[in-house]
Design a binder for this molecule. Structure first.
Ligand code: RTP
Ligand code: MG
Length: 148
């Protein structure tokens, strides 16, 4: 089954949005298979955002993501990579639609509440950066027979 890496960013944690965000993905029908509250090191932040290394906002991005605890998660489900990005809304919260996480809670592009992998390849790479294999679980949920 497809997996994605999601992370409530430091602003989302400080604004008490972990519960709401987890609830949205749970209620959609996706399955949480790993989660932890952690502080991201500069080294991990630079690896995670390596694709943006040359962008002018890279320093700010690394400073922000290391500025306080994040809530890192792995979710599983059909088409979860794309679906999670839809639930999150556009990168810039000022363009994100109401009903999306960023549309409901954000204003500024630098403080956009949540990260989600943008492809299957990113998901696999990011999951391995943030989680050991033993930290991820696999289990059946009876309720899934009512979803799929
Ligand atoms: P993310 O990786 O954090 O899930 O966000 P994303 O895919 O929607 O957007 P991406 O293009 O990967 O950009 C990564 C993060 O960089 C910050 N950003 N700042 N100041 C700026 O113009 C600017 N542009 C992007 C955002 O916080 C974005 O989430
Ligand atoms: Mg991205």
């Amino acid at each position: 089954m497809e997996k994605t890496f999601l992370m409530v960013k430091p602003d989302g944690v400080q604004r008490n949005l972990i519960g709401d965000i987890v609830a949205r993905f749970e209620q959609k029908g996706f399955k949480l298979i790993g989660a932890k509250l952690m502080t991201v090191s500069t080294d991990l932040a630079e690896k995670h955002y390596a694709e943006h290394k040359e962008r002018p906002f890279f320093g700010e991005l690394v400073d922000f993501i290391t500025s306080g605890p994040v809530f890192a998660m792995v979710w599983e489900g059909e088409n979860v990579v794309t679906s999670a990005r839809t639930i999150m809304g556009k990168t810039n919260p000022s363009e994100a639609l109401p009903g999306t996480i960023r549309g409901d809670y954000g204003i500024n592009v630098g403080k956009n509440i949540i990260h989600g992998s943008d492809s299957l390849e990113s998901a696999s790479r990011e999951m391995k950066l943030f989680f050991n294999e033993e930290e991820l679980t696999s289990y059946n949920k009876q309720s899934e027979t009512w979803i799929y």
